[in-house]
Design a protein. Sequence first.
Length: 609
Amino acid sequence: MNPLQRMAKQLVIWFVGLAVLLALFQNVKSVQQESEIAYSAFKEKLRAGVVTEVTMRPDLIRGRFGAAGGKIEAFRTYPLPDPDLVKEMTESKVALYRGEPDKTWMTALLINLGWVVLFFALWWVFVIRQVNMGGKQALSFGKSRAKLNQNDKKKKITFVDVAGCDEAKEELQEIVLFLKDPAKFQRLGGRIPKGVLLYGPPGTGKTLLAKAVAGEAGVPFFSASGSEFVEMFVGVGASRVRDLFEQAKKAAPAVIFVDELDAVGRARFAGIGGGHDEREQTLNQILIELDGFDTKEGVILIAATNRPDVLDPALLRPGRFDRHVGVAAPDLRGREAILKIHAKDVKLGPDADLSVIARRTPGLVGADLANLINESALLAVRRDKEAVSLHELEEAIDRVMAGPSRKSRMISDAEKKVIAYHESGHTLVAKMLPGTDPVHKVSIIPRGPALGYTLQLPTEDRYLTSKTDILNRLCVLMGGRCAEELVFSEITTGASDDLNKATSYARKMVTELGMSEAIGPIIYKKDEGEVFLGRDIARGQNYSDATAQAIDAEVKRILGECHDKTRTILAKNKALLEAIANRLLEKEVVDAAELDALFARPLPQQAAA
Ligand code: ADP
Ligand code: MG
Ligand code: ZN
C-alpha cells in the first residue's frame, strides 16, 4: 500500500467512526421515545390528572404521563408563560416535579470541543502519520521495537535446524551451556563472552544460528536490526538500545540479537562528510551497554554482519564482541544436509537424490537451498505430480540461480576443475617447501571474490622472516598459476590476486628490505606523502630513473626464478597434484589431516625440492 492509499484508508476509518458515533447519539435520543406534544395537550393531561412526572427547564418541559392501557409515556413540550403551572401541578397531584438549569451553554461547549477534537484528529492523520511513514515511527521515540520470540514449544528452532556450519555450532555450544545455567559458570569462575559476532555472507544462517542458541537454551530471544537504530532524530537509536537491554535484563537469562550490526557499527571517521551523529550515538550506547552489563545477569548479545571488515575496532575489543564466529558458505556435505532439513516437509520421489543437487550447487548458501526446495515443490504442484522428482529439483536450481548475482556464483564443471588444480598448486608447493605456514584447509567453495582458497595458518608467532622464507612464500603464491600452466597448458585470470601479492612482496624485498644483491642493502622507499592529501596523490620517488630500472629488473628476476622453481616442484610431483585436485573436486574442502594422509601415501615421484 502506498502512503496515499494508507491515508485514504485512515480517512475512511475516521468518517465511519464519526458516523457510528452520530448514529449512537441519535439512538440514545430515540430510546427515550419522547413524543413532542403541544402545550395545550400537556395542560389537558395535567387537568386529567394522568401526568406523573415533570422536569422543567427554561427552554423545555419533559415528563411522563399514564396513557391508555396503563402504559407510561414520555413527552416533551416547549414552555409558555404560565405563572400558575406549579399550582396546577400541585393540584392535579403530579408525583414529582422539579426544575433543571439551562444546559445550552454546555451543549455549545461540547459541540465546540468536538470541533477541536476533530481538528486534532485530522492533524494527526495528515501530519504525524506522514512524518511517521517518512521517518519510520518517529513518535514511538525511544522505545525499542525489538521482537521478542518466546520460544513456543511448537516452532522452537534448535541446532538440528541448522546444517553446514558445524564449527560455528560448536563454538556457540558454550554460550548455550552458559545460558542454561549461568550460576554454574559463575561458580567455576569462567569468563563468558558478552558479545558474539557472527559474520559471513548473507543467507548462510546467521540469524538462524542466533535463534537456535536461544532455542537450545530455552531462553527468550530479543531481536532487532541495526538499521532500526538509525533514525531521523539524534538520540532515538541510543534510547532504543537502552530500552532493548533493559527488556532483556528483565527476562534474563536471554539472548539479544542485533542483525546488520554494520548499519550502526561502521568505523567512525573523522574528516570530510564523515560524521553521522545518530549512528555514532547509537554505537556509543551499544558500547556503554556492553561495558556496563555483567554476564552474571545472564544476557548475551549476539550480532550478525556480512561486513566484519567495516566494523568499528572499538566493537571488537576484549570484553565486547570478543568472540567471533565465522559462518561460511556450506560445503558439499553441508549443502546436502541443509537440503535434507528443508526437504523434511516435502514429499520427494524415489529418484530425487539430494546429493546430486548438492553436487551441482557449489556457492549456494542455506537461504538459496531453502528457496530451491520450495521452488521445486511449487513446480511439482503446478505439474500435478504426486512427489517432487529430480527433474523439478534440477529445474529449481536454474530458477534460484536466475538472479545476476547468483549467476556469477554458478561455476561450471570445467571452471571447477581449473580452480581445483589452482588451489592444489598452492597447497602442494606449501607442503613441499620448508618455512611456509602449514596448510590448514583448502577449499574450492567461492568465498567473496575468491573462487577458492588455501588457508595457511602459522604455528607460532614470528618476528623475523628470512629471505628464504619470503622466497618460499612467493613460490606458494606462484603455485596456482603454475599448476594451471602445467595441467591445462593455458592460464586464466584466477591468479591475478596471487600475482599482485607476489609482485608487491618482491618489490618490498628489493626496495624496503635490502634483500637483493644487485641493489644492495639500501632502502628505496617511496614517500608516504601528506596524510591529508591521501597516500596515492602525493607520491614522489627519491631515486634516479636508472635505479628505478634496476629495481624493476631485480623484481622481475626474483619473480621469474620463483616461477621456475615452482614449476619444477609441481612437475616433479604431478601425481600428487592430481591426487589433491581430485580429492578437492570430490569433497570441495580438504583439511590438514586429509592432506597429510595424501602426502603420506607412497607416490613414485615424491621428493622434497
Ligand atoms: P543470514 O542471517 O545469514 O543472512 P538467515 O539465517 O536469515 O541467513 O537464513 C535465511 C533462511 O535460510 C533461514 O531461515 C533458513 O531457512 C535458511 N538457511 C540458511 N542457512 C541455513 C543453514 N545453515 N541450515 C539450514 N537452513 C538455513
Ligand atoms: Mg539474517
Ligand atoms: Zn591462487
